[in-house]
Design a protein around this ligand. Structure first.
Ligand SMILES: O=C([S-])c1cc(C(=O)S)c[n+]([C@@H]2O[C@H](COP(=O)(O)O)[C@@H](O)[C@H]2O)c1
Ligand code: NI
Length: 417
């Protein structure tokens, strides 16, 4: 199960969220087949890399035939109900559309069943909603935390005339959840659309800043609007709860603290060199059965890595050194874990320089199972491709296949990418 954090500090729309999911590694083909199952006319998805302000972002253009046929909520419900769609995707998409229909109905004083979905052609909205739902379902998220939503300010031109921002449907949809106009300097425009608000409020399991998590993929999604001087993009961070991840022995981000602090280093495609601390203690009086738990606790407290080495101490005593590689910001918390979770009464610390290659998380599919693959870059070339072992083990168990075969297939699929 993964943990997803959505950074809606630049608002959200259906197409921005679609781009962010693809940028985070959700295969376009997975999204396209869900949309194809529902759409009565052909829909083509065209992913492209764009820039929004200072950010590289993924945009997914939804190409539909010229028709701007409007469909009511009743029409869309029939399409979704009759589609050959995975049940969780159908259920989620129905909830999003129902929420949208109820909000629009309240705003315009009409029954939800009669609400027409948007001025730009219902097929766009169907593709956005179904695609985003399919993408989120594929992430198998147990928690979706959404930041306070920036809605923008000013006015927006809609089919029925000029609307204030937030548009009435957005204001309704975001009732009871944190929202604000935007950071100082935000453009006076609509940042969060009704579709974006309906998706966020349906997907969110809680609201707030980025939780303690080990990020394994970051997607930056763009829509069509590109105001000058503003990075109009939504970010999606996919990973695991830091504690849960370490309990299972995974370590997706070699340096989660650094990745959480900035945008991912691979965008610059240059290795990073950072000064970190190594905290360590030689311990001869700790029950060895407690060592794995202590290592988990060090990782959960913010260590980028933690490990133990067998040593022979004074008086010929077999013992262990427990080490933790720690960004300076986490040193105090990690030091405390040494004292609380081990028997040591002293901790040594020294500075080290860590050189890290930029890395990027990809997702491949083996027998229908999603496997994250970490690609490391040197001088713009991939020098290492490593499927995430937890994903390989889970896929092997689900498929009833030897893990060694699944690992090889995942690596080959990543090479193809
Ligand atoms: O067409 C209608 S009724 C309409 C209503 C509202 C309300 O808030 S009510 C807003 N809009 C604008 O339409 C576009 C498209 O929104 P998506 O959700 O499809 O991305 C957007 O600018 C809305 O503010 C239209
Ligand atoms: Ni409306």
């Amino acid at each position: 199960m993964s943990l997803v954090w959505v950074d809606a500090s630049s608002g959200a729309s259906g197409d921005m969220l679609l781009g962010a999911l693809v940028g985070a590694g959700v295969p376009v083909s997975l999204i396209a087949s869900a949309i194809d199952a529902v759409a009565p006319e052909p829909v083509v998805l065209v992913p492209e890399q764009v820039r929004r302000g200072a950010l590289a972002a993924t945009r997914v253009r939804v190409q539909v035939a010229d028709s701007v046929q409007h469909r009511t909520w009743t029409d869309v419900r029939s399409l979704l109900t009759g589609a050959s769609l995975d049940e969780p995707v159908r259920e989620l998409a129905l909830r999003v559309f129902e929420r949208l229909a109820v909000a629009e109905g309240e705003v315009h004083g009409i029954p939800p069943e009669d609400v027409h979905f948007h001025e730009v052609g219902a097929l766009d909205a169907i593709a956005d909603v179904v695609g985003v739902c399919a993408g989120f379902v594929s992430l198998d998220a147990s928690q979706v935390v959404v930041s306070p939503v920036a809605v923008g300010s000013g006015t927006v031109r809609a089919a029925h005339g000029t609307l204030p921002v937030p548009p009435p449907a957005v204001a309704r949809l975001l009732t009871g959840v944190p929202s604000y106009a935007g950071a100082p300097g935000h453009p006076a425009m609509e940042l969060c659309t009704p579709t974006g608000a309906a998706l966020l409020t349906t997907l969110a399991t809680s609201w707030g800043a980025q939780p303690l998590m080990t990020t394994r993929a970051v997607g930056v999604g763009a829509g069509g609007r590109d105001p000058q001087g503003w990075s109009n993009a939504v970010r999606v961070l996919v990973g695991e709860e830091a504690g849960a991840n370490s309990r299972h022995g995974g370590n997706f981000g070699a340096d989660p603290a650094a990745e959480g602090r900035n945008f991912p280093p691979w965008r610059e495609n240059a290795p990073t060199s950072e000064t970190e601390l190594v905290l360590e203690a030689n311990i001869d009086d700790l029950d060895p059965r407690l060592i794995p738990g202590a290592i988990d606790a060090l990782l959960a407290a913010g260590a980028a890595d933690a490990w133990a080495t067998p040593i022979l101490m004074k008086k010929g005593r077999p013992a262990h050194t427990i080490h933790a590689l720690v960004p300076a910001s986490a040193a105090a918390a990690v030091r405390r874990v040494f004292f609380e979770e081990t028997s040591t009464i002293g901790v040594r610390e020294h500075e080290v320089v860590k050189h890290a290659l930029p890395r990027r998380m990809l997702t491949v599919s083996v027998g229908g199972q999603q496997i994250a693959v970490k690609a490391a870059l040197l001088d713009d070339a991939v020098v290492n491709l490593q499927p995430e072992w937890d994903d390989v083990a889970r896929a092997a168990a689900a498929l009833g296949r030897p893990a060694i075969d699944v690992l090889a297939e995942a690596k080959a699929a990543a090479l193809d990418l």
